[in-house]
Design a protein around this ligand. Structure first.
Ligand code: BES
Ligand code: ZN
Length: 605
């Protein structure tokens, strides 16, 4: 039974092709090769208005050009000869949006689409001055991944379609615009900014941020953008960026994108980080003051290879982006800070994976690396499986073939597929071709990729430093040693996370108070520690922290934090009404991505 199933599974790849069900585009017929964007921003109306010129590659015989749009106002479509083209916006299909069909003339090589975004456009978050650090100027940022780029530009919004682009962006004079391309380091005199990206990228990697920004150089090719009042802290936190870049290049080859900068955004940014080429977008919640949360930067930097250079061809292959990136991120951290450090990250990641497996059920299709997201929003299947199961799979290969062979393989993989979008099946073919296995060694690739859960016999990562933490925790929970007597000097954020995550849910108020008074957890300036602590505060009914928890939920919009917190509060009788009240009030301050997940959560209960 088992054998025949595996034989069947090995046949699957032959029948698969990279059909992206999350885009209406038909790139085999007509594909975008270059985008020229011209936009002027109106912060009062919360819209961007202008045009997108799409230069096309056409197969003979096809005239219908399919473009993804959502929450856009399309005003006209003209070709390069000045001819108006017939176009038709199709019915809205929830997450897909409204496919735009443009009828091309025989001689049309490019189309100019005049359009504006709408205040509903989900990729864009328009922030009031109060939502920024400086409180004086408004702010705007975009978030394209997974399928939101179509809400701020009419485009073939599929990770399998790559194009070069340029942009002219007009903003209020006191603001600076930056993009996922070549960037200014100072404000322009007139609010006009031009950008370009000469390497082909998919639509989800085109991004824009506008605000009262300043730049600080970190090395000749790295630097940081942030609001002026945040800049010094941001620059000091990210001081090791050049070292990360050097380590990354030593591992898997030359960085291909020229500069590597980071912009630290206001706290409503819905993710920890987003790997926009040349300019990672980051949450300010990584600024801890002690550089302890910078593995996130290593992660986004690693995407410059896995994700941006070699891209998942559809969102079903998302693990190719994230699994490789988590593996690469931990290798960067290992080379900078040692194996001990990377081991802690691996163990925390494994805990996240266990939790996700429990939530989804180990037999759930969503626990397969190769996803089947047809008929669903791409965002729905994106969870820790791609990251942590993907990481474990790659680690298991490394263990079987040895690090030297595996590193050569990964380096070759980035070289072979640079600037292209590939499927899981392309990866497997390359794996089979390039990794010579010793007798009796089986990578179990089919099982890892096409079956749910984790293959039997996989060992959990271990951390020696965490074993000490566990002992310290035990000596406290058993009543043997009071909090003030615990030996915690030298603990990094990660050891604290291990400690806090394993606190029982049955502590007394006196015990919670004791920890809090000794270690200042409620008032911690470290967002990861605060988050983990609040997750313990909720089931332990530690009333003292309620106000700080509420303040955190109102300030921070990072989905990874607020979704689990609201979820836990809703499950708790004491806090569920309060969760609803806070969300009702804070909702419009969140980015659409976070809002959508929270709306679903609050509708469920
Ligand atoms: N590319 C992701 C963010 C993303 C994923 C956006 C899916 C939209 C859809 C980014 O690289 C990422 O993984 N960010 C993580 C941080 C990382 C250290 C695990 C995050 O935002 O928490
Ligand atoms: Zn990532």
């Amino acid at each position: 039974m088992r054998t025949s199933l595996l034989i069947l599974l090995t046949l699957i790849p032959a029948f698969m092709h990279a059909n992206d069900t999350h885009s209406c585009a038909r790139p085999q017929e007509i594909a975008v090769r270059h985008l020229s964007l011209k936009l002027s921003l109106n912060f009062e109306k919360k819209i961007a208005e202008g045009s997108a010129v799409l230069r096309l590659e056409r197969k003979p015989g096809f005239h219908d050009f399919w473009v993804d749009t959502k929450q856009l106002d399309i005003q006209s479509v003209v070709d390069e000869h000045g001819n108006n083209l017939k176009y038709e916006l199709q019915q809205e299909k929830h997450w897909m949006g409204r496919p735009l069909k443009i009828v091309l003339n025989d001689n049309t090589q490019s189309v100019n689409i005049a359009y504006s975004t709408t205040p509903e456009s989900a990729a864009l978050q328009w922030l009031s001055p109060e939502q920024t650090e400086g409180k004086k100027h408004p702010f705007l940022f975009t978030q394209g991944q997974a399928i939101l780029s179509r809400t701020w530009m009419p485009i073939q919004d599929s990770p399998g379609i790559r194009f070069t682009w340029d942009a002219a962006i007009s903003v209020p004079q006191d603001l600076m615009a930056v993009m996922s391309g070549n960037n200014p380091q100072e404000k322009s005199a007139d609010g006009e900014y031009v950008f370009r990206m000469n390497q082909p990228v998919p639509a989800y990697l085109v991004a824009l941020a506008v605000g009262d920004l300043a730049f600080e150089k970190l090395s000749d090719r790295t630097g940081v953008y942030a609001e002026p009042s945040m800049l010094t802290r941001a620059a000091s936190e990210l001081e090791d960026m050049e070292k990360m870049l050097v380590a990354a290049e030593a591992l898997y080859g030359t960085y291909q994108w020229g500069r590597y900068d980071v912009i630290v955004l206001p706290p409503s940014f819905p993710f920890g980080g987003m790997e926009n080429p040349r300019l990672t977008f980051a949450t300010p919640t990584i600024i801890a003051g002690d550089r302890s949360l910078t593995s996130l930067i290593a992660h986004e930097l690693a995407h410059s290879w896995s994700g941006n250079l070699v891209t998942n061809v559809t969102w079903n292959d998302f693990w190719l982006n994230e699994g490789f990136t988590v593996y690469f991120e931990r290798r960067i951290m290992e080379s900078l800070y040692g194996k001990d450090y990377a081991d802690m990250l691996a163990v925390l990641g494994f805990q996240d994976l266990q939790e996700t497996l429990e939530e989804l059920g180990a037999q759930s299709d969503d626990t397969k690396l190769k996803l089947a997201l047809e008929g669903r929003d791409a965002d729905d299947g994106m969870n820790d499986i791609a990251y942590e199961k993907g990481y474990l799979f790659l680690t298991s290969i490394e263990k079987k073939v040895g690090r030297t062979a595996f590193d050569a393989f990964v380096k070759g993989y980035f070289k072979e597929f640079a600037f292209s979008s590939i499927s899981t099946e392309d990866f497997v073919k390359y794996l089979n071709r390039r990794l010579k296995l010793s007798e009796g060694v089986d990578l179990l690739a089919n099982e890892w990729i096409y079956l749910p859960g984790i293959p039997a016999g996989i060992e959990a990562p271990v951390s020696l430093r965490f074993m000490q933490v566990d002992a310290v925790l035990k000596s406290w929970t058993s009543g043997e040693i009071p909090a003030t007597g615990l030996v915690v000097n030298g603990w990094t954020t990660h050891e604290w996370l291990q400690f806090i995550r394993h606190l029982p849910a049955s502590l007394t108020d006196a015990q919670m108070k004791e920890l809090d008074a000794t270690f200042g957890l409620t008032k911690s300036g470290n967002s990861e520690i605060q988050f983990a602590w609040f997750m313990a505060v909720i089931p332990n009914h530690y009333v003292t922290a309620d106000a700080s928890l509420e303040a955190f939920l109102r300030r921070v919009g990072r989905r990874k934090f607020v979704l689990p917190l609201y979820t836990a509060m809703l499950k708790d009788e004491r806090l569920s009404a309060q969760a609803r009240a806070i969300y009702k009030d804070a909702r419009t301050g969140y980015h659409a991505v976070t809002m959508q997940s929270l709306d679903e959560l609050f509708a469920k209960k």
